[in-house]
Ligand binder design. Sequence first.
Ligand code: 13P
Ligand code: SF4
Length: 351
Amino acid sequence: MTSLEPEISRLRQDLGPRLIVLGHHYQADAVARHADFLGDSLELARRLSELRAEHIVFCGVWFMAESAAVLCKPEQKVHIPDPGANCSMADMAPARLLEAVLEVLSAKGRRIIPLAYVNSSAGIKALCGRMGGSVCTSANARTMLAWALEQGDGALFLPDQNLALNTARALNLARDRVRVLDVRGSGRRVDLAGAAKADLLVWPGCCSVHHRFKTRHVLSARAGRPGVRVIVHPECRPEVVEASDAAGSTSQIIDYVKQAEPGSTIVIGTETNMVLRLARGHADKTVLPLAESRCQGMARITEAKLAGLLKDLDRDPGVQIPETIAAPARTALERMLDVCRASAGQRKAGT
Ligand code: 13P
Ligand code: SF4
């Protein structure tokens, strides 16, 4: 226990029910232990509508705090211990570039529906909301991509090419109907003839944490471990997903480990903090990282920065998003929650 634990507890006690702390599973233990609720992107977004606290402190990266600020009530404020905690993948898709690329793709009247992974800026989500599109998380990418493909003449998935290609495969989309775009030069390099033949257009972004894993990591995880199961996040390269036994979002990976037989060995391809926490929580199983891979953005949130923020919470302006961005971004996020609710309802009813 560091000396900051008692200080944070005292600050939390002073703030009482005015404060709630949310954390993403990729946070280090020193921070994660202060979270009232630890979740993946979808769980955290869903949780927001139930929260009554005046201050929501988000221990995650910037785009997550932005989404929370878009979804929270007007009387609530969202804070992040370090506003510089960025997601390198979200940074690969600036809103102005998406606007330019969509303009190029729609030049001949083709209606392209943008579908953004939640790992993107509020500006990107706002564009999706305005253009009839939506957002998705890794837990609902399949449902949302199937939905997007039905809405127009084609869908543009961004920013993660790996999640797009893995989801397209899971939906049995023919490979020649899927095209990864060259978005350099404000969309001037887009091969329009090639794009016209595709139903799914893919932004060329990736996650530095998951793109690091290679097929050789899967092969060495299997070597000398008969019966081992390898499970990876769908932000991994398609060939890594194919070489593995299963792919799933953060919450699906957690469920997989929970349900595994005692004594089993599971090797996991995702952020190291989460894998090590899972290993400690399941001492009856052997849980190992596929390779060490940590998120630099998530690591910017430290216990010291959390303590500093809580000390001066009333003076922190919180995450500010102009309503011209927040309103259409909210439309995109709420569309996702509605589509998922409807699809869960249909599954329950067996239709
Ligand atoms: P999920 O939380 O949706 O699994 O996404 C993983 C991730 O990379 C978060 O930044
Ligand atoms: Fe972004 Fe990848 Fe870090 Fe998630 S793990 S925040 S996608 S860089």
